[in-house]
Write a protein that binds this ligand. Structure first.
Ligand code: FES
Length: 653
């Protein structure tokens, strides 16, 4: 089977859909519904041959357009064209840290920045190279007995001398290699010593002689939408390069739930999802290594951070029970594995760590982020928030930690919104509205003509429309607006439309947009956004109530993730998504998941600290009890039913 215009060929396998074949060919389609056939985003065009769906409907005429997830090829040769609109394109991937750091990079266009410094020199990297001069056996040693006289005992003694007496151990793989390696270069060897999670060190690999070159490590943020990776010098702590790209799992569903469903309901689905994310990481590793001139075997350790579903799928573990009551992950703490075990293209023996999580919807991206952001180090109450399709948050100080995850839905990523789109070039990220809604100014990512509105733009639009008097506190369009931008859906009416369903507001006219159609925000969109922001704020209020804390007692709010990076803080407060506290108490920490992975890579102490944090968080299951639902209902207003919680907004109104 051949794909156009890529000219990539792939062998047809029994039962595989065109979407799955495309994924194997390295072409990622937009499988938003996870192959249910409901989203219509995976359209492909038949150029030659025939395809058939599960009901036996066969398409054989050239130019037929079909859903790639529902059809499989009927023998070969079959030629399929995948139009641009059906492909997953580059996404704005936050690879940097907070305000002070390098900022976002475009996934496919990012160059490898060489030589950026990490937080500091590593105090205890997860892998160290140690050269050891081993004492060879003498004639007559063969008669003595006990530990220390065999090859392993001699190496262990030599390594203990080099490391100040650290206990070392080795597995069968190393012992198989050892006799030949010790004797190949006159009993001088280079050993890779890894942290095995407990006391002492593990000999990961051993080479003859004084092996040249430093060891490198890989830090990875396994995001549902995007994946970011850093190549780090384990000796100096220097970051050699950072890259991000979209997660190829997106071909099997936009969010974690649709991917979990795909993993469980499609034969071989779990394996496909694992391959997709491993291929994504390997693509980044390959580009980083080539950019930095480093061989595969020089990368000798990796730390990955991701939400629990991503961690399961990366490791090939069944995630089904994450979404089924009582929402139980297979594990929160993962044993380290080898790169070869999961198919990562590093030194095959490289230890691979996945950061520990807390519960089904609070994972290593958050525990790593807490550590990387310095959360709670001053002993005062702080809040950590990461907003995506889930709003994950942790409240606490040095002594106690409570966390939760609330479903915000896809609205902040542009899903379920008429003109919504992800944060890519052409997405509106800033919106200004004049009183009465007569004029609107939109600023887009990349400064081109607008094609849609991303999460931060939607929050800005909501705040702007409320401020301009276009929508009321319940999120309904004010009746009797005279602006021509306000109309009944479909564009048939001018200004002066009174209340009712099907109303919309034109953010940009067709002549101004990239696609030549009006860019509108509908009444249904506003309600979707209200529900999303209400879920986030209700989660926060539920945490505060659980520990009997007032929001004014929060000394610092850490906002993590790509959405937070572009969020306009006063607007997020004005719509009632974030608490109304002094702006200087807010800190944007960027991709703290990636920084957490890097921190662990460079320090066994930090890795242990992340584990400690994961154990200490008390997880609140929001579905239990009525507290969350009551808070949610109260938050379905702009900004809230209780204006006392938003004094600065009340003052302005
Ligand atoms: S219709 Fe094919 S992935 Fe949604």
């Amino acid at each position: 089977m051949r794909f156009l215009p890529d000219e990539v060929e792939v062998e047809i396998r029994e039962g595989e859909s065109v979407l799955e074949l495309a994924a194997r060919a390295g072409i990622t389609l937009r499988g938003a519904c996870g192959g249910d056939g409901t989203c219509g985003r995976c359209l492909a065009v038949l150029r030659e041959g025939a395809v058939r769906d599960a009901d036996g409907v066969t398409l054989a005429e050239a130019e037929a357009v079909f859903r790639a997830c529902r059809f499989h090829p009927v023998d070969g040769p079959v030629v399929i064209e995948v139009p641009d609109a059906s492909r997953l394109h580059e996404h704005l991937v936050l690879t940097g840290g907070g305000d002070e750091d390098a900022g976002p990079l475009w996934a496919k266009e990012s160059a490898v920045p060489i030589g950026r410094q990490a937080d500091g020199p590593p105090d205890d990297p997860l892998l160290r190279r140690v050269i050891a001069d081993v004492v060879p056996p003498e004639p007559g040693d063969g008669g003595s007995r006990g530990a220390g006289t065999d090859d392993w005992g001699r190496l262990a003694s030599a390594l203990a001398r080099e490391t100040g007496g650290e206990e070392v151990r080795a597995d069968l793989f190393v012992l198989r290699e050892l006799p030949a390696v010790l004797r190949a270069r006159d009993w001088t060897v280079t050993a890779d010593l890894g942290t095995a999670g407990g006391p002492g060190r593990e000999v990961v690999a051993v080479e003859a002689g004084r092996a040249a070159g430093p060891a490198y490590g890989l830090a990875v943020d396994l995001g549902t939408t995007t994946v970011a990776a850093e190549l780090v010098d384990l000796e100096s702590g220097r970051v050699l390069g950072t890259l991000g790209t979209y997660n190829r799992q997106a071909a099997y569903g936009d969010d974690v739930i649709s991917r979990i469903v795909f993993a469980g309901e499609h034969p071989g689905g779990r394996r496909q999802l694992q391959e997709a994310v491993i291929n994504t990481v390997n693509g980044l590793v390959d580009e980083l290594r080539r950019g930095c001139g480093i061989g595969r075997d020089a990368v000798r350790a990796a730390v990955c951070a991701g939400n629990p579903a991503m961690a399961h799928l990366f490791l090939g573990v069944d995630p089904a029970h994450i979404r089924l009551e009582p929402y139980t992950p297979a594990a929160n703490f993962w044993p380290p594995c080898r790169a070869a075990d999961v198919g990562l293209d590093l030194h095959p023996r490289a230890p691979v760590y996945v950061l520990p999580g807390v519960a089904s919807y609070l994972g290593g991206d958050i525990t790593g982020g807490l550590t990387a952001s310095g959360f709670g180090t001053d002993g005062r109450a702080a809040l950590f928030v990461d907003i995506g399709t889930n709003g994950e948050m942790v409240l606490g100080d040095g002594d106690w930690l409570v966390g939760c995850s609330c479903s915000a839905g896809p609205a902040f990523e542009g899903g379920g919104i008429a003109c919504g789109m992800r944060a890519v070039a052409g997405a509106v990220e800033r919106v200004g509205v004049t009183p009465g809604g007569f004029e609107v100014v939109c600023r887009t990512i990349g400064d081109g003509p607008p094609a849609g509105v991303c999460g931060s733009g939607l929050i800005a639009a909501l705040a702007g429309l409320r401020r301009a008097g276009v929508i009321n506190r319940a999120g309904q369009f004010e009746p009797g607006l005279e602006t021509p931008r306000f109309r009944r859906g479909g564009g048939e009416a001018g200004g002066g439309v009174s209340g009712g369903a099907g109303l919309e507001f034109v953010l940009a006219w067709a002549r101004e947009t990239a696609h030549g159609r009006d860019l509108v925000l509908t009444g249904a969109d506003v309600q979707n956004l209200l529900r999303a922001k209400a879920a986030v704020f209700a989660g926060l209020r539920t945490l505060l109530a659980a520990v009997n804390l007032d929001q004014r007692e929060i000394s610092r709010v850490y906002i993590a993730g790509g959405f937070g990076r572009f969020l306009n803080l006063p607007e997020a407060v004005a719509v009632g998504m974030l608490p109304d506290i002094a702006p200087e108490r807010y800190t944007f920490v960027g991709n703290s998941s990636l920084r957490g992975a890097r921190a662990a890579l460079l320090s066994g102490r930090r890795l242990a600290g992340i584990g400690e944090t994961a154990r200490r968080v008390t997880y609140l299951e929001l579905g239990e009890g009525t507290g969350f639902m009551e808070e949610y209902m109260a938050a379905l207003f702009l900004p809230h039913t209780d204006m006392g919680l938003f004094p600065s907004v009340r003052e302005r109104e």
